[in-house]
Design a protein around this ligand. Structure first.
Ligand code: URA
Length: 187
């Protein structure tokens, strides 16, 4: 696994499969423990992530770290990545062609990790990884068992920064996540 993971990482770091390669500073492959049972997936790197090469390191990332800490998690104990590994210019939404060009990397990360729990951060990731008609306002915090993986979505931390009124609901989602981890994770 270690060797296969490293091969995938090296391949991803030099990827030129779409035009995002022209403007990125670096590919943001992910952070944490690839042997973890919990995988968090955001949308795409922003400016800070592009500079530092790590997902969720800006203000939204600080909030994410605080949220994880509330339930006794840290980025070292889980794995965090994005659906799209390179920053779209001016933080625009990734195009479908870019998402398609990149999708194989997350697919392979999931094959190698075999996570028990997948948490989608935000609607875009949930629409891609849970179901295309995912409604974040109605379905956040619910678990969907698919292909042997317990999948749930929470509001994206950037959405919580824009609308702190969503934080109490997210705290409930975090408690549900913590309970699910206690129920099915062994590590
Ligand atoms: N937003 C995301 O979805 N991912 C990041 O890595 C940073 C911000």
């Amino acid at each position: 696994m270690d060797q296969q993971w490293e091969q995938l990482r090296q391949r991803c770091l030099v990827c030129r499969a779409c035009s995002l390669a022209q403007e990125r500073t670096q590919v943001v492959f992910g952070v944490g423990d690839p042997a973890a049972e919990v995988l968090l997936v955001g949308e795409a790197p922003g400016a800070n992530e592009d500079k530092q090469g790590e997902p969720f390191v800006g203000r939204a990332g600080k909030l994410l770290d605080d949220m994880l800490q509330m339930i006794g998690l840290s980025r070292e104990r889980i794995y965090i990545t994005n659906s799209v590994k390179c920053r779209p210019p001016q933080n625009r939404d990734p195009l479908n062609t870019e998402k398609e060009a990149c999708s194989g990397y997350l697919r392979r990360q999931m094959e190698l990790m075999q996570p028990k729990i997948l948490v989608c951060l935000g609607r875009i990731s949930a629409m891609e990884l849970i179901k295309p008609d995912f409604r974040i306002t109605q379905e956040h915090g619910l678990f969907f068992r698919q292909d042997g993986i317990e999948k749930m979505a929470m509001y994206h931390p950037a959405a919580l920064l824009r609308d702190p009124g969503k934080k109490p609901e997210t705290f409930e989602d975090l408690k549900r996540l913590q309970a699910k981890i206690r129920e099915i994770c062994v590590r």
